[in-house]
Design a protein around this ligand. Structure first.
Ligand SMILES: *Cc1c(COP(=O)(O)O)cnc(C)c1O
Length: 357
């Protein structure tokens, strides 16, 4: 029997979350961001589940875009980081991929390949990638002189602080973007990670780009996906492989970081950091068994972790423990591990089979 440690993927939840994103996007259309193997959910299954709903997909790199084509899906795919060499643009042209070009080196490659459609990245304050607003007139004029202007679809910018409703930086970035691209009203505009969909009165223009919300995890500080009306798409589960009672004064696991202050019925679960479960999740991190919330005890090992069964007296060997899913939000586990749901979902390792249902 294969180890029953699996990530169950609810494709209907992904469709539900996409519809919510589209509804929040209003007049904009939502391109489905499926990079990093569909945030760990399986890019081909996720893209397939959104076939007929999402008008475009967005990914980080060419390999991910090619996986979408290999799944037989014909929709345009936006490459959010552009490409890495001139030859990649020929792949884009052949496969109907739309690279987002962010620097002069990438623009230089345009003269070598007739990519039918591309976007320009505008740096409005994130300061990762893109042209500054004041550079745009010269960049677009350069495209005109080399015959690339007709293939320019539009402009993209990315928000740095949209997850924080107390910050107005998104407003500043929006105003800067709108002014920067105003001279080209015939071109499209794309802004809006998931968080931007939850900001009141945030313009999303022609195309928004929801990612994490499609998977039911939260993009917002201090809120879980459930708080935001999203459905968790991944249930990470593993079997209880033994149970015992540790006596008061006995410790559990590496470093003996947890010592029982009373006799405690505990269990071992067949999942650990070798599966992508975060090692930084310490004693008290929530999990669930048969719908009952329980807590982790001591340090997470590579292949297993310990849980307190004090409030789940019915729990037996072979029962499935939910590490995150409908009962325990991945956002809560992330909080306990000092990270974000994004990192946990994308970090589930290849050792864990994805079961799409
Ligand atoms: C990853 C990414 C997104 C999606 O962000 P989420 O926070 O997951 O919604 C949107 N735009 C760009 C440029 C990205 O890199």
């Amino acid at each position: 029997m294969p180890r029953p440690t699996v990530a169950r993927i609810d494709l209907e939840a992904i469709r539900f979350n996409y519809r919510l994103a589209q509804q929040k996007a209003g007049n904009a259309r939502a391109m489905a961001v499926v990079k990093a193997d569909g945030y760990g959910h399986g890019i081909q299954a996720v893209a397939g589940a959104l076939d007929g709903l999402a008008g475009k997909y967005a990914v980080a790199c060419l390999e991910e875009a090619e996986a979408i084509r290999q799944a037989g899906l014909p929709q345009p795919v936006v490459l959010l980081q552009g490409v890495h060499e001139a030859r990649d643009l020929a792949r884009c042209a052949a496969m109907d991929f739309e690279p987002v070009l962010h620097c002069r080196q990438q623009l230089g490659w345009l003269s070598e390949a007739s990519v039918p459609s591309f976007w320009l990245k505008v740096n409005t304050g994130m300061n990762r990638l893109g042209f500054r607003p004041r550079e745009l007139p010269e960049v677009v004029a350069g495209l005109e002189s080399m015959g690339g202007r007709a293939r320019l679809q539009g402009f993209v910018t990315h928000f740095a602080c949209a997850d924080d409703l107390a910050s107005d930086f998104t407003g500043q970035q929006t105003r800067s973007f709108e002014a920067a691209v105003a001279p080209w009203p015939d071109l499209m505009r794309s802004v809006g990670n998931s968080a931007a969909h939850f900001r009141p009165n945030q313009p999303l223009y022609e195309w928004s780009r929801p990612g994490i919300m499609l998977y039911g995890a939260s993009p917002m500080i201090g809120k879980t996906g459930l708080d935001l009306g999203l459905k968790p798409a991944m249930t990470l589960e593993a079997p209880l492989i033994t149970t015992r009672t540790v006596r008061a004064g006995e410790a559990i696991g590496y470093g003996c970081t947890f010592t029982a202050d009373r006799d405690t019925r505990m269990g071992m679960v067949a999942i650990g950091y070798g599966d992508g479960y975060p090692r930084h999740a310490g004693t008290g991190t929530p999990a669930a068994i048969n719908g009952q919330r329980i807590r982790l005890l001591g340090r997470v090992s590579m292949d297993m972790l310990a849980v307190d069964l004090g409030n789940a007296p019915q729990a037996r060997e072979g029962d499935r423990v939910e590490l995150w899913g409908p009962t325990v939000s991945v956002d809560e586990v992330a909080e306990c591990a000092g990270t974000i749901g994004y990192e946990l979902l994308t970090g589930v390792s290849a050792r864990v089979p994805r079961v799409h249902e």
